[in-house]
Design a binder for this molecule. Structure first.
Ligand SMILES: [Zn+2]
Length: 385
C-alpha cells in the first residue's frame, strides 16, 4: 500500500479515523424564534459556507483533507522534496487544528432550502427542504446522528421532520443509520440493488471496514422504496432524477435536481471534486463500469436524447451541473463538468495501469496532476465508454 492508498483508505472509508477539529467560528447567523410547524420554511438560514478558489479559479467549499491535497499539489509543483512536504503538511494540520484556517461550519446554506451538514471526518450529508418534508441524503453512521440532529434543530426543525432518507448507495458510512431514521418514520429510498444489502446487512455494505461498536450493519426491516435508473422521484415541489452509476458499488447512484436556478448533482462515492473517485478495494468494485458511469454523467440529460460519443455523434443538451455535492470531501460550487472530465482522465489512467498488471488503485488528484505537471504533462489517453 503506498502512501496515497493508505491515506485514501483511511480518509474515505473511515472518516472516523481522523480526530474531529470542528470549526466553531460562527459567522453571520443568529438563532431566530423556532418554528416547528411542518410545512413552514426553516426559521434559520444556516451558516454561510466558506468558499475558496482553486489554483485554476473554481469556487469550492474545501474540507481539511482536500485543502491539504491542494497545498501538497502546490508544493509538488514547486519541486520540494517529499520530506519537506511532510513537514509542511504537519504545520498545515496544526494551523487547521488551531482554527487559523477556517472551513465551513454546518448547517451551511448552499441555496435556499438546501444545506450541507458538516460531520466528523470527511463525510457529507445534505438536507433538502420540500413540500413533502425534509430529505436527508446519506445520513451515514449512527454515531453521526447527534451532530445531524443538532444541525437540523439549528434550522428550526425537529428530527421527525425528516420524512425521506435518500441513499446514494448501501455502504455503511452512508446508510448505517437508515434503520434509526426509519424508526422515526422516515421513508428509505435506495436503488433496487441496494435493497438486499441494507435489509440483510451483508458484506456489500462493507461493515467490515468499520472498527468498534458499529462493526455491524443495522438491518432495515420495514418498507423500502426502491428506484431504478432514469426514475424521477417526486417530492412535491421537487423532482429528483436518478442516474445509476455502478462501479464503486453495484447500486451506486447520482441524483440531479434544480433548486434556485442551480443544476445540482449529488455525487455519492462516484464523482468528487477534481475527479477523485471512490475507494475500489471491494471484491465487487469494477473499474470498467466506473469509467462508463463517469461518461454517463458527462452525457447526462433529462428529456433530451443523448448519443454515444464513441460513434462521434453529437451529444445534445447534456446538463452543465453547477454544484457537485459528493459523499465525502470538497464541494464544487461551479463548473462540475471539469470535475467529471478530470474523473474520466484519472479513471482512464487507472485502467491503463491496471491492464499493464500494475496494482494501481488510488489517486489524490491535486498531487497526481501536479506530479504530471512536473513531469512535463505526459498525455493521458482518454478512453471513451
Ligand atoms: Zn462507498
Amino acid at each position: 500500500m503506498n502512501r496515497a492508498t493508505f491515506f485514501g483508505r483511511l480518509g474515505l472509508i473511515t472518516g472516523i479515523a481522523f480526530s474531529s477539529s470542528t470549526l466553531l467560528m460562527a459567522t453571520n447567523t443568529h438563532r431566530t424564534k423556532s418554528n416547528n410547524l411542518f410545512f413552514n420554511k426553516s426559521s434559520n438560514a444556516g451558516f454561510e459556507p466558506v468558499i475558496y478558489k482553486t489554483p485554476w479559479g473554481q469556487k469550492v467549499i474545501y474540507d481539511r483533507y482536500t485543502f491539504s491535497d491542494m497545498k501538497t499539489g502546490e508544493w509538488t509543483e514547486e519541486g520540494l522534496e517529499w520530506a519537506k512536504i511532510e513537514t509542511l503538511q504537519k504545520e498545515l494540520n496544526n494551523k487547521i487544528d488551531n482554527n487559523e484556517i477556517v472551513f465551513t461550519k454546518g448547517p451551511a446554506k448552499l441555496v435556499d432550502g438546501l444545506w450541507q451538514l458538516v460531520l466528523d471526518g470527511q463525510q457529507n450529508s445534505f438536507l433538502i427542504e420540500t413540500e413533502t418534508g425534509l430529505i436527508l441524503v446519506d445520513p451515514g453512521m449512527e454515531s453521526n446522528t447527534e451532530k445531524i440532529v443538532e444541525q437540523i434543530n439549528y434550522l428550526g426543525y425537529k428530527q421527525s421532520d425528516v420524512k425521506h432518507i435518500l441513499l446514494t448507495h448501501c455502504h455503511v458510512d452512508h446508510a448505517h443509520s437508515a434503520n434509526y431514521w426509519q424508526k422515526l418514520g422516515a421513508e428509505i429510498h435506495i436503488h433496487q440493488l441496494g435493497e438486499n444489502p441494507i435489509r440483510t446487512g451483508n458484506e456489500i455494505t462493507a461493515w467490515y471496514l468499520i472498527d468498534g461498536d458499529e462493526r455491524e450493519f443495522p438491518k432495515v426491516e420495514g418498507e423500502i422504496s426502491v428506484f431504478h435508473d432514469g426514475d424521477k422521484l417526486n417530492f412535491g415541489d421537487l423532482n429528483i432524477s436518478v442516474c445509476h452509476t455502478p462501479g464503486h458499488t453495484p447500486d451506486s447512484c447520482c441524483f440531479y435536481f434544480r433548486k434556485e436556478d442551480k443544476n445540482i448533482l449529488i455525487g455519492g462515492d462516484t464523482i468528487f471534486h477534481n475527479g477523485k473517485h471512490g475507494w475500489m478495494g471491494h471484491p465487487y468494485s469494477d473499474y470498467e463500469q466506473y469509467l462508463k458511469s463517469l461518461w454517463k454523467l458527462k452525457r447526462f440529460a433529462v428529456g433530451g436524447k443523448v448519443h454515444n460519443e464513441k460513434d462521434r455523434i453529437m451529444v445534445r443538451n447534456p446538463i452543465a451541473f453547477d454544484f457537485l455535492l459528493p459523499g465525502h470531501t470538497a464541494i464544487s460550487m461551479e463548473n462540475v463538468t471539469r470535475d467529471i472530465d478530470k474523473g474520466i482522465e484519472i479513471m482512464s489512467y487507472t485502467l491503463q495501469q491496471r491492464r499493464k498488471g500494475i496494482d494501481y488503485q488510488w489517486t489524490e488528484p491535486y498531487t497526481f496532476f501536479a506530479e504530471r505537471e512536473v513531469a512535463n504533462k505526459p498525455e493521458i489517453k482518454i478512453e471513451y465508454k
